[in-house]
Design a protein around this ligand. Structure first.
Ligand code: PLP
Length: 429
């Protein structure tokens, strides 16, 4: 029965039973971690062979004869650029293949905009006074962390099932010249698993910002991270659309192999218009002579092509799909009849997003922590760590083994029920 149609007495009785169940979980002395979107050991093992693909000195040369053990090639080795060009459907001349992490290059890009400006003929953002960013939320906590650390004011924009609320984005961007950028995770978004619709992508490509130096930070982190072989989201190419729209400089596009090969030891990429790439390189060249070409080469030799990456990702999906499925089936069984929560059923990415009754997310988080299950902090998916509804919880199922995911989902369902019942009882008093 839905909790909202239960009497206070019935809810109080139910709460006693739920607390008994919860106490049993407490007695298990659990120590589980569902807090970060990390691949688990089996996923990492899939790429183990990559570490051995460069064996002899002769293996260290690119197709155009560059020795990867030595300095050079600021924008990456040609064969790595070609693979990412195919994957992103962007010409290789519009890419820079970088180092081990996309978060790092997003941070660098933002700092460049702050210190040098986003184009040669513009003022550095720091010299222009207040700098604001739009933050579709819930979103990726580390994007928000960059803004917070650099003193960039964050404005929350609601997510819809088709992407950010574009009416709000267009209104704010076209009227406020202090808004310099927006964070986007356009495919299998973190944490909602939403893929932006064609209309949303086209509207992004056609933004008319009041700030001429405005940039979209398009973080395509989950570009090939489908969970199901026959149900996949498709993302329209922003790169193509922004060129068609005559707005080629509006966005920087990022991705990495963190959840394809090894997080923290992968390869990352930034893509942008001709002039944005030339400008970025002109500043990057002061910072570095080039990124880790040997790692690029290892990735090329192991994956061989964009198709090779897509094939590899099917093995990842086979390993993590059961974890998503078990959580969804426990939620369906335990939470659906109570009518107290809703959750996403993503076709890809790394997260399930759970919405508990308003005002209950922190309580659920606390109950989970006490029971030994670590979740991403309640509120972390919003700017400044403050969820205005205290409702969203991000579930990251990939890291623990399947049996632990199953236990954690059962504990979570129990904690959600306790928090919801407590809330309804308090409201009835
Ligand atoms: N972008 C998003 C949306 C993510 O969810 C993550 C990791 O969780 C990253 C970027 C981090 O990527 P990288 O390891 O390449 O820095």
């Amino acid at each position: 029965m839905g909790y909202s149609s239960m009497s206070k007495e019935a809810l109080s009785e139910l709460l006693l039973t739920l607390r008994e169940e919860y106490n049993q979980y407490l007695s298990l002395g659990l120590s589980l971690d569902m807090s970060r979107g990390k691949p688990n050991r089996e996923q990492l093992d899939l790429t183990q062979e990559m570490l051995g693909v460069i064996d002899t000195p002769d293996d260290c040369f690119t197709e155009n004869g560059i020795d990867c053990r030595n300095y050079g090639l600021l924008d990456g080795i040609p064969e790595a650029k070609r693979i990412f060009a195919d994957l992103l459907e962007i010409p290789s001349g519009n890419l820079i293949v970088c180092g081990n992490s996309s978060l790092n290059i997003m941070y660098d890009m933002l700092v460049r905009c702050m210190l040098y400006g986003s184009a040669p003929d513009t003022e550095p953002w720091v010299k222009q006074g207040t700098v604001k960013f739009l933050c579709p939320s819930p979103g990726y906590d580390r994007h928000f962390g960059i803004c917070e650390s650099l003193g960039i004011e964050m404005i929350t924009v609601d997510m819809t099932p088709k992407g950010p609320d574009m009416d709000t984005v267009e209104r704010l961007v076209s009227t406020d010249p202090t808004i310099k950028g927006i964070w986007c995770v356009p495919k299998y978004s973190n944490p909602d698993g939403i893929t932006y619709s064609d209309d949303v992508v086209r509207r992004f490509a056609r933004l008319k910002p009041a700030a001429k130096d405005f940039r979209i930070f398009w973080d395509d982190a989950y570009i090939v991270h489908d969970l199901y072989p026959d149900k996949k989201d498709r993302l329209l190419s922003l790169f193509r659309e922004m060129h068609i729209a005559g707005n080629p400089n509006i966005a920087y596009i990022f991705c990495s192999t963190s959840k394809i090969s090894f997080p923290g030891s992968g390869v990352s990429v930034v893509a942008a218009s001709d002039s944005n790439i030339a400008y970025t390189k002109s500043i990057m060249t002061v910072q570095t002579i080039g990124c880790d070409k040997l790692n690029m080469l290892r990735h090329v030799r192991f994956f061989r092509s964009a198709e090779g990456i897509k094939r590899h990702m099917k093995h990842h999906a086979d390993l993590i799909r059961p974890k998503f499925d078990v959580i969804l089936s426990i939620f369906e069984k335990e939470l659906e009849p109570c009518k107290i929560a809703k959750w996403t059923k993503p076709l890809g990415g790394y997260f399930i997003s759970l919405y508990v009754p308003e005002g209950c997310a922190k309580r659920v988080y606390g109950l989970m922590a006490d029971a030994g299950v670590k979740m991403t902090n309640a509120g972390a998916t919003y700017p400044y760590g403050i969820d205005p509804h205290d409702s969203n919880l991000r579930i990251a199922p990939t890291f623990p083994p399947l049996s632990e995911v199953e236990t954690a989902a059962k504990v979570l369902a129990c904690c959600v029920k306790i928090a919801a019942a407590e809330k309804l009882i308090a409201e009835a008093e």
